[in-house]
Design a protein around this ligand. Sequence first.
Ligand SMILES: [Zn+2]
Length: 458
Amino acid sequence: MSKKIFFKIVAGGVLIIGITAFIGHCIITVRKPNIILITLDALRPDHLGCYGYKRNTSPTIDKLAEQGVIFTDFIAPGAHTAPSNASLITSTYPNLHNVKDWGYQFVQEMPRTLPVLLKEKGYNTAFISDQIGLTSIQGFKSGFDTFDVVRSINRNPLPKRIIEITDSAINWLRDNKHKKFFLWVYYLSPHGPYVPGRPYNKIFFQDEYYNINKTIPISQDSYNQTSIGTIPGYLSVNGINDVDYYISQYDGEIRRVDYQISRLLEELKKGGLDKNTVIIITSDHGEALGEHARYFCHVNSLYDELIRIPLIISWNKKIPSPMVINQQVRLIDLMPTILDILKIKFDHMQGQSLLPLITQRVGNFPLFAYSEQFNLTSVRMKKWKLIYDQDSMRYELYDLKNDPREERNIVALKSGMFKFLKFKLSEYLSDSKVYNKPVKSFMRKEAKERLRALGYVQ
Ligand SMILES: [Zn+2]
């Protein structure tokens, strides 16, 4: 081969590669994916099939998880709806966004929420839900072109309301399928009262896992704010006091939403939208189903049954799947992840994108996840958790690896770890008021030295 021909071939190759790369670049930059975020309020991950649950509560979610990524240690910043969702859309801890427990206000003005940012970037945005509690958070509605909260409690019995939400989401999808969009469908289920309706109230009732011998009293305190070892008054049905009856109904609620999700996904497929849509399934907090003698509520504790929530991210063949990521990550990391997927830059956050973990299995993640509720604060590592009760000034330390049910407080046995986590918890008060500061503290010594030599750090 002459030199001239060789160079022509090479030049031609470079040109083809260049054109291909350019076309590829255009596809990536022009066709950014749509986002569908689906929240199931008070959903525990360990009651989903894809997280190993014994009952078939979630066939649709399980299938979606097979085509996506499951995070096993995804931690909410608290156990209440308002602060958790405020954290989701601001990527900040409650200490910064200031929506605390039942206080439904962004007291401190936030620079941008997720829907506001996405709207600015040309996304059509919608929030469709039956969780009316969220409407009271100041600033929550901002950025949504459509804010449709189904207020049909009196008109429709609860089981029908969920169909109405899905119908509304499907209609919205039909109207918006030609534009890029961010659709957040937020189901109040499986939050109590557990009334899944037919046939879901029968699917798990007295099945092979049902124990008819476990009964407890029904509380006079409607929401179990203070009493333990009882069924909250507001969700008791016909005086039934079988613990497993209520668990079977909680599971029925999950199965009921799962079916609604299948309707949504079918609609996506019809229009071919599934090919370029990221689907995210998560929750805002868990639910106590008898752990620590607390039944069917999510108040007054920060144990794992309340702060561990599911996270499943599915993106048709664009991310490696199926994949299970065991690293501890946080609800405040979800917004940076969505922005990273959409290549949108934004600095005012405390979370970090999970995308490097998904695509390269790497990520310099903070080892600590903080949570708070009323007088309680906690700091959680993969293996350890410290909870502090400001009222009683009592600490609880748990070895999550050997005691995942958090039943043995080992503060007195592990004084070194106790002091360390106590210090980290005290840091939360200052660090959680600053954007993205925590990352700095986890830099390795060598890396820090290198950066210091280069003049990047003091
Ligand atoms: Zn909630």
